[in-house]
Design a protein around this ligand. Structure first.
Ligand SMILES: Cc1cc2nc3c(=O)[nH]c(=O)nc-3n(C[C@H](O)[C@H](O)[C@H](O)COP(=O)(O)OP(=O)(O)OC[C@H]3O[C@@H](n4cnc5c(N)ncnc54)[C@H](O)[C@@H]3O)c2cc1C
Length: 468
């Protein structure tokens, strides 16, 4: 039997990063993954493939709608080869997961393919696809088993017409009408992909706004822009039933007034969230407790109810984001090495990769109001920037919320071109507890989208943005 200092169960961004950091810190490390490719949800059926399809569909949209504005004419017209688009996406995934294989070898991490299941707190059975079982011994274990798509109790996911994000990443045809249940990040990103490719897209959302966890101003602006792009929104609609035939799906929802409304489509994407995944883990055998939401319960050190077992990523509390899982992977590795790492959960940015992109860090206006914190707000529209006009990306704004007395930046919320990358400046500033004035006095290259951050900071400082 092989013995390890650390065994990591699950090879998503939480697990594989934890394994690398453990190995860097001199621990003999094993990683267990039930699928034949490493990388978890994020690399195989999440972050990476969705971004590949967002990029491909964005190119198509540019070619069909915007090239002519730039004086580029395509005499024969433009057409989609969906099979090729999906194959390219898969090639991107394969390269990326192959990169994780390389990193495991480079760091001398032993990879076990199979389902990891606790025998007790220091022994894990790994059951391979052919039924053979390896047992490994580990002084410490990190559970990084991630999450799976969830559904509504009365909706059966047939994975043909009633699908999750996993199937939506490999459809064989562009839907005629895709009905999306859930106006969160995943539904909106994939909805935008298929809208660009020509599908009619209807988003049915239970809450009174899309991307409900984010600042209200971002929800409003994103809905406005996506509506212009042709996506139909039905907020405050509670889905009550779903029926399928061979080629159709009918969804019934109660509208604001409680009246039933029907949506008929050829595909229904159910994107109502994800559930922590612990199937087959046999957590009880190791003394690892789950909470009533099915998450592995952890303390502030991400330690479970079994002292030598930790858990990270989607399978524990907190936002389900790849970079949150990564931070936690590093945190546990360094804790095991006797260091004193720290994660500021307030500064984990949230991003939606639609176009315009949406990104935020820190507190929303709603949260500040609820906490009774007095704040000032500075906002700057992208359309006032030369860079935005050059690329015709005029939608959106940057909003900075700063403490009314100290001027410390408390939250940054942005929607517009390249916000997924721009948010890093806000994270850096907030990590160093910058004031809005600090940001406003930093030189920002011209012409860039980052100038909107400086201008919003100026607006928050003394209401003295320069270009509006
Ligand atoms: C369509 C989509 C798009 C997304 N886009 C983004 C994005 O742009 N940015 C972002 O930050 N997040 C995004 N996410 C979320 C992100 O994918 C997750 O937050 C992230 O993957 C969580 O990482 P993890 O390591 O906790 O778990 P996972 O990535 O889910 O990995 C868990 C791994 O554990 C394995 N496993 C489970 N049980 C066992 C077992 N018993 N034995 C062996 N192996 C096991 C699983 O097979 C899986 O490979 C997206 C998700 C989806 C679905």
């Amino acid at each position: 039997m092989s013995t390890y200092d650390v065994a990591v169960i699950g090879s998503g961004p939480g697990g594989y990063v934890a394994a690398i950091r453990c190995a860097q810190l001199g621990m003999k490390t094993a990683i267990i993954e039930k699928y034949s490719t490493l990388g978890g949800t994020c690399l195989n059926v999440g972050c990476i493939p969705s971004k590949a399809l967002l990029d491909s569909s964005h190119h198509y949209e540019h070619a069909t709608k915007h090239f002519a504005d730039h004086g580029i004419e395509i005499p024969g017209g433009v057409k989609i080869n969906l099979e090729k688009m999906i194959a390219r996406k898969q090639a991107v995934v394969d390269q990326t997961t192959g990169g994780v294989d390389f990193l495991m070898k480079k760091n001398k991490i032993d990879v076990f393919e199979g389902v990891g299941s606790f025998k007790d707190a220091t022994h894990i059975n790994v059951t391979k696809a052919d039924g053979k079982v390896d047992t490994i011994e580990a002084k410490n274990t990190i559970i990084a088993t991630g999450s799976k798509p969830s559904t509504l109790p009365f909706i059966k996911l047939d994975k043909k017409r009633v699908i999750t994000s996993t199937e939506a990443l490999k459809l064989k045809e562009v839907p005629k009408h895709m009905v999306i249940i859930g106006g969160g990040v995943i539904g909106l990103e994939l909805g935008q992909v298929y809208r660009r490719l020509g599908a009619e897209v209807s988003v049915v959302e239970f809450m009174d706004r899309i991307i409900p966890g984010m600042d209200k101003s971002l929800s409003r602006e994103l809905q406005k822009v996506m509506k212009k792009q042709g996506v139909k929104f039905y907020t405050s609609h509670k889905v009550t039933a779903l029926k399928t035939t061979a080629k159709t799906v009918t969804i019934t929802a109660d509208d604001k007034k409680g009246n039933p409304v029907e949506f008929k489509g050829d595909y229904c994407l159910v994107s109502v969230g994800r559930r922590p995944y612990t199937d087959g883990l046999n957590a009880e055998a190791a003394g690892v407790k789950l909470n009533d939401r099915g998450q592995v319960e952890v303390n502030d050190h991400l330690q479970t109810s079994a002292a030598n077992i930790y858990a990270i990523g989607d399978v524990i509390k907190g936002t389900m984001l790849a970079h949150k899982a990564e931070e936690e992977g590093v945190f546990v590795a360094e804790t095991l090495a006797g260091q004193k790492p720290h994660i500021d959960y307030n500064l984990i940015p949230g991003v939606v990769y639609t176009w315009p992109e949406v990104a935020a860090v820190g507190k929303t206006e709603e949260e500040l109001k609820e906490a009774g914190i007095k704040y000032k707000s500075g906002q700057f529209p992208f359309r006032a920037l030369g860079r935005a006009r050059a690329s015709a990306d005029l939608d959106g704004f940057v909003k900075i919320l700063a403490d009314e007395t100290t001027d410390e930046v408390l939250g940054v919320h942005m929607i517009g071109a390249r916000c997924a990358d721009l948010i890093a400046e806000a994270v850096t500033a907030m990590e160093f507890r910058a004031s809005a004035e600090d940001i406003s006095r930093m030189s920002h290259a011209h012409p860039t989208f980052t100038e909107a951050i400086k201008e919003a900071a100026l607006a928050a400082t003394e209401n003295r943005a320069l270009h509006v």
